[in-house]
Design a protein around this ligand. Structure first.
Ligand code: TXA
Ligand code: MG
Length: 337
C-alpha cells in the first residue's frame, strides 16, 4: 500500500478511530490500545460483549515489557522463538493498558504480528493496537478484505486490503501466568513447538469439552464462536466410510428438499454426486486446509445452504487448531462411522 494511505490509517488510529488491517492469521479490527473510548468503539462495531478482552498488537519486544508485570522467563523464550508471528501470550498487566481493552481482567494478551502492513500501522501510528478478528461477533474470522467488508462496511473508518491472509486461523494463545504455559486457543504454533521453546506446555483441559464444569480460560472460547446458518455435522472415520455416510445423508436431505453442502478435499471432492461440494485442497496440505476453512463456511452461509457435512481433518500439526474451529462451528455434532 502507498505511504499516503498508511499515513491516513495511522491518523485514524491516533484519533481513536477503527482500521481493519491484514495480519498473517486473519484480519484484525484495530484501535489505539491505550484509548478506552477507542476500545469501546471496537466492541460496538463488532457487536461483541465487552467482557471479552482484546489482543494488544505490538511492533517491538520492548513494548511487551512496557505493558506487563513480572514477565516469566518463558515469555522471553517464546518471543525469541516465535515473534514476530502467530503467537499471543497472556501475562500480568500493569496500568498502561486500560481495563476497557482487557475486559476488566488483570492480565493482557499480547501479540507481535509478522505481517508488514500490521507492523507498518503499529509503527507509523506510534500506538499499540488492540485488535480482535474483524468479523461481526458470531461470524467466522475474515481471511480477506472482502470478508471484512461483508461484516463491517459502514461500521469502520477504513479497511486496508492486503489480500488473502496466509494462515487463515487465529493465533495460538498461551497463558503464561501459571507455572506451566497453557494453550488457551490452539493455532499454527503447536503445543509441541511451545514445549520445545519453553521447556513445558499443556492445553487448557476445558477446550473442546462440553462436559466439564470449568469453562475455558479464554473468555472468547466459552461462546459458541460461530454457527453457520446451515446445520453442520462433522463425519469422522475411515475415508471410504466417511464418503459413503456423507453420500447417504446428502441424498436423504436432498430428497426432503434441503440444499446440501459438503466440505471435502481434492482427493474426495469428485466422489460426492449430491450437493454443493467445496474442496479445501489436498488432504496432506494442512496449510491449505487451515487457510480455506473460514472462506468455505462463509460461502455456504452466502448460498443459504441448509445442511452441511464436513470430512474430518486430524492432520499432524495444525490439525488440533483446524478441528477445534470446525467442531465449535458444528456445535460438536459428530457422526462417527
Ligand atoms: O490471530 C489473532 O489472534 C487475531 C489477529 C487479528 O491478531 N485476533 C483474534 O482476536 O483472534 P479475537 O479477539 O478474535 O480473539 C482473542 C481471544 C478471545 O478468545 C479472548 O477471550 C482471548 O483472546 N483473550 C484476550 N485477552 C485475554 C486474557 N487476558 N486472558 C485470556 N484470554 C484472553
Ligand atoms: Mg474473534
Amino acid at each position: 500500500m502507498d505511504a499516503g494511505c498508511m499515513r491516513e490509517a495511522s491518523d485514524i488510529i491516533r484519533r481513536g478511530g477503527l482500521v481493519a488491517f491484514p495480519t498473517e492469521t486473519v484480519y484484525g479490527l484495530g484501535a489505539d490500545a491505550a484509548n478506552p473510548a477507542a476500545a469501546n468503539n471496537i466492541y460496538q462495531a463488532k457487536g461483541r460483549p465487552s467482557d471479552n478482552p482484546l489482543i494488544v498488537h505490538i511492533g517491538d519486544i520492548s513494548q511487551l515489557e512496557q505493558i506487563s508485570e513480572k514477565l516469566p522467563k518463558a515469555a522471553y523464550r517464546l518471543a525469541e522463538a516465535f515473534w514476530p508471528g502467530p503467537l499471543t501470550v497472556v501475562v500480568k498487566k500493569n496500568g498502561a493498558i486500560p481495563r476497557e481493552t482487557t475486559g476488566g481482567l488483570d492480565t493482557v494478551a499480547v501479540r507481535f504480528p509478522s505481517h508488514p502492513v500490521a507492523l507498518a500501522l503499529i509503527r507509523e501510528s506510534g500506538c499499540m493496537i488492540a485488535a480482535p478478528s474483524a468479523n461481526l461477533s458470531g461470524r467466522p474470522s475474515p481471511t480477506s478484505a472482502a470478508h471484512v467488508a461483508e461484516d463491517l462496511w459502514g461500521r469502520v473508518d477504513m479497511i486496508i486490503d492486503g489480500g488473502d491472509t496466509r494462515i487463515g486461523l487465529e493465533s495460538t494463545i498461551v497463558d503464561l501466568t501459571e507455572e506451566v504455559p497453557m494453550i488457551l486457543r490452539p493455532g499454527y504454533i503447536t503445543e509441541d513447538m511451545i514445549r520445545r521453546a519453553a521447556g513445558a506446555a499443556k492445553t487448557d483441559p476445558a477446550l473442546d469439552r462440553e462436559d466439564l464444569h470449568t469453562p475455558p480460560k479464554a473468555p472468547g472460547m466459552r461462546y459458541r464462536h460461530y454457527a453457520p446458518r446451515g446445520d453442520l455435522k462433522v463425519v469422522q472415520g475411515a475415508a471410504e466410510q466417511v464418503i459413503e455416510e456423507i453420500n447417504q445423508r446428502a441424498a436423504a436431505d436432498a430428497a426432503r428438499g434441503l440444499s446440501v453442502g459438503i466440505i471435502a478435499t481434492e482427493e474426495s471432492a469428485h466422489r460426492y454426486p449430491t450437493g454443493r461440494v467445496m474442496s479445501l485442497g489436498r488432504r496432506d496440505d494442512e496449510d491449505a486446509i487451515a487457510a480455506g476453512l473460514y472462506h468455505v463456511l462463509r460461502e455456504f452461509d452466502g448460498e443459504n445452504v441448509q445442511s452441511i457435512y464436513s470430512e474430518s481433518f486430524d492432520t499432524p500439526r495444525i490439525g488440533q487448531a483446524i478441528m477445534n474451529r470446525l467442531l465449535k462451528a458444528a456445535g460438536h455434532q459428530v457422526i462417527q462411522v
